[in-house]
Every structure is written in structure tokens, then in C-alpha cells.
Design a protein around this ligand. Structure first.
Ligand SMILES: [Zn+2]
Length: 402
């Protein structure tokens, strides 16, 4: 499926990682967040004010760097006529490796989701929290928290729990009021319980089918009600497929939801690992099958992507690939691991002059959007992930052989 948003988020994840690794020598890295819908000129005014207070910075070098960073940001914001739809994040500062040197760099991003934070911040590191949250929100899990008296159906987005359904039940406890026959009481109680389960199921089916991006669902609650609930088998098949398992809690309601998240971490971790293992096992199977629908190796994979026959690219997080553009007697491109350099040309014998270098994902962006190619990063934490590294750390599933 073509999902430019997913691609944007992969890019975002990379940027967050890159910026997170930068540490200023001094308090001289500037972060600016312009929220969606915020007046850009007002932000520029804020920065001009900050610039005028920057003269109070004691160290001359730091003062110079902060002022220069602010200059650069103000100039950059001046390129926009108005705030982009999702806002704008700008990072700028001196990243020179040696003390006393100056190398003011600027990164800017129109985030894939609306930015809510407004921020000017000058520190030794960039403030990445709003972007980190966006990255984390990619992973959504579902929760059904249920006992005899209360239920919640909730989504877990990154670290945020959002309850979308809450209800209290009328199912009485096992002890009955005097006067009723115990058989009749049990029947009534069973009936009420069944209605209760149906009510919760309806909400869960609706909420979870509205969110097909949910990666897994946890069923939680104190006591055996959650198991009884599962036994009734009322959930849609599509929903049931995503159940990761059950989690015991001491509470219902908000407390119970937090407990579910805390105690369910292992379930979530396992499910991500299992998914990745399955994906790679499928890949190895295709590779070994004669005429199988898989490709591996850097050039082979890039080629296939550009021809539009790749359904999904798999790339190991352990290897960084780049596209290098260079010139000898003519302009050329090669794909390589970061750090590798083009060989001397055997046609003209001239030493290659590198013109530019792009991350592979950026180099593949156009083709992958055009052909709807998904790019999946896999870890090297599993045995399969290690085995994949032995295949060069890059490959893909083909739609067909051509
Ligand atoms: Zn040449």
C-alpha cells in the first residue's frame, strides 16, 4: 500500500535519532517549534527578542554562535509565507567538533502530524520531545479492561492511554439477596453477564475496526471475568486475531489501564519480536524457493524498487546505505554502505569526485511513493535479524518476477 505518511514517519524517526546524538559544546543549540496554525511573524518577533537578550551571554564565542543560529533560523522562517499545515520544527546550532571552531547547521521539518508545542529553547541538546512522541504514536495497541462491574476499551498510543468506552455493569455478585431461589438467581445472573459481555464486545468491535492500524490487543482485568469474556467468543475474527494475551490487574478504570500497560510490556515486546521473526522467515523461504518472490543485495534491491516490482523493502537497522553521486568522465551514481567510496573509473582512470550523498530511503522515496513500496526496518536482535545481515542487510519481497 502506498503510505506516504508512513514514509514521513520513518524519516522523522531517523531525524530524531540523528538530532538526539548531537551534543553542543556549550548551551548553544537552538530548538524552535512553530505549532500548526500559529502566526509565523509572531514567532519571528519572539526570536528577534531572544536575539537581543543574547547579548547578555558571557562567553563571547557562545554569544556569537547563538546569535548566528538565531539569524539563520529567522532567515529560514522568512522563506515561508505562512506556517505550514502541520507547523514547523527547526533545529540550529554550532556542531563543530573542535572547540573554537564554528559550523552552524540547520535542520528543519514539517512534521507528519500537527505540532502542538510552541517552543524556543537554547540548550546543549535539542529538545526533541514533541517529535519523539509522534514517533512513539506510530505504535498503537488496544486494551479491553473488564471485570464484573466495570469495563474500558482503550487505545495505547506510545505512552498515552486513551479510553474510548467506559461502562458500569448491573451484574450482581455471587451472593444473592434472601428469598430468591438460587437456580433462578444464577440464571438471571448469567443472563446479565452475557448482556454485559455483549455490550463491551460491541464497543470493542466498533473501536478496533475503526483503528485497523492497531498492532495488538491486551485483555485485562482483576479476577477471572476477562477469561470468561474471551470464552464467549463474541469478538470479530479480525479483532480476535490481534489479541496478544491477558494481563492480570488489581484494579479497573484508569488505575487498571495503567497497570495493563505496565504489566503488558512483555506481551508487546514478544509480539513485535514474533512479527519480525515471521517476516524474515517468510523472506528466507522465498529466497530459497526456485523462482521465489524475493530479492536481496543492495544493487539488486534498488534496481527492483526502481522498476516498481517490490512490494516491501526490508532493511536492517544495523547497516546504513547511501546513494553516492559522483563524477569522473561523466556523472554517475552508486549505492554503497555509508563510508564507502566509489572506485576509480576504469574507462577514464580519473579519480571520482563525490558530488553528494543521500540516505537510501531518501533516494528511494520517489519510486516507493510512485509504486507503493513499503519500507520496513528490521532489528538485528533476533537470530533471523542476524541471519538477514549475512544476506547484506537489505532485500525485499517482489510482486512478481520480471
Ligand atoms: Zn570515468
Amino acid at each position: 500500500m502506498t503510505d506516504p505518511l508512513e514514509k514521513e514517519k520513518t524519516k522523522l524517526k531517523k531525524l530524531v535519532r540523528e538530532l538526539g546524538s548531537i551534543k553542543g559544546r556549550h548551551t548553544e543549540l537552538v530548538t524552535v517549534y512553530v505549532p500548526a496554525g500559529y502566526n509565523l511573524n509572531e514567532m519571528i518577533n519572539t526570536l528577534r527578542n531572544e536575539q537581543s537578550t543574547a547579548i547578555n551571554i558571557k562567553s563571547k564565542a557562545v554569544r556569537k554562535n547563538v546569535t548566528a543560529a538565531l539569524d539563520k533560523i529567522i532567515q529560514y522562517l522568512g522563506n515561508y509565507r505562512k506556517t505550514p499545515p502541520n507547523g514547523l520544527a527547526v533545529f540550529c546550532g554550532n556542531v563543530a567538533e573542535k572547540e573554537g571552531q564554528t559550523d552552524i547547521k540547520l535542520w528543519a521539518l514539517e512534521p507528519p502530524e500537527p505540532l502542538r508545542a510552541r517552543l524556543y529553547w537554547c540548550f546543549q541538546q535539542f529538545d526533541l520531545r514533541p517529535l519523539e512522541e509522534m514517533v512513539a504514536e506510530r505504535e498503537i495497541y488496544g486494551i479491553i479492561l473488564i471485570d464484573r462491574s466495570e469495563a474500558d476499551v482503550a487505545l495505547l498510543k506510545g505512552k498515552k492511554i486513551e479510553s474510548l468506552f467506559h461502562a458500569d455493569s448491573l451484574v450482581p455478585g455471587k451472593s444473592r439477596a434472601g428469598g430468591q431461589s438460587s437456580a433462578r438467581f444464577a440464571r438471571v445472573r448469567e443472563g446479565l453477564k452475557h448482556d454485559w459481555f455483549k455490550q463491551v464486545t460491541e464497543a470493542a468491535n466498533k473501536i478496533f475496526s475503526d483503528h485497523p492500524e492497531i498492532l495488538g490487543i491486551m485483555i485485562s482485568g482483576p479476577g477471572p471475568t476477562k477469561e470468561e469474556f474471551l470464552k464467549e467468543e463474541l469478538l470479530h475474527a479480525e479483532v480476535k486475531k490481534k489479541i496478544l494475551g491477558t494481563v492480570d490487574t488489581s484494579y479497573t478504570g484508569d488505575h487498571g489501564l495503567s497497570e495493563t500497560v505496565e504489566r503488558g510490556q512483555d506481551l508487546i515486546r514478544e509480539s513485535a519480536v514474533v512479527k519480525e521473526k515471521n517476516l524474515l522467515q517468510r523472506f528466507f523461504m522465498e529466497v530459497q524457493k526456485p523462482g521465489g518472490l524475493a530479492v536481496y543485495g543492495l544493487d539488486e534491491t534498488v534496481n527492483a524498487v526502481n522498476r516498481g516490482i517490490v512490494e516491501e523493502v526490508l532493511a536492517s537497522e544495523k547497516v546504513e546505505f547511501v546513494e553516492i553521486e559522483y563524477e569522473c568522465h561523466e556523472r554517475k551514481k552508486i549505492y554503497a554502505k555509508r563510508g564507502e567510496r566509489p572506485q576509480a573509473c576504469n574507462e577514464c582512470n580519473r579519480a571520482p569526485v563525490v558530488i553528494g550523498e543521500k540516505e537510501l530511503e531518501d533516494a528511494l522515496m520517489d519510486a516507493s511513493i510512485q509504486f507503493g513500496t513499503k519500507i520496513t526496518i528490521v532489528s538485528a536482535d533476533t537470530r533471523e535479524g542476524q541471519q538477514f545481515l549475512a544476506f547484506g542487510g537489505i532485500g525485499g519481497f517482489l510482486r512478481y518476477r520480471a
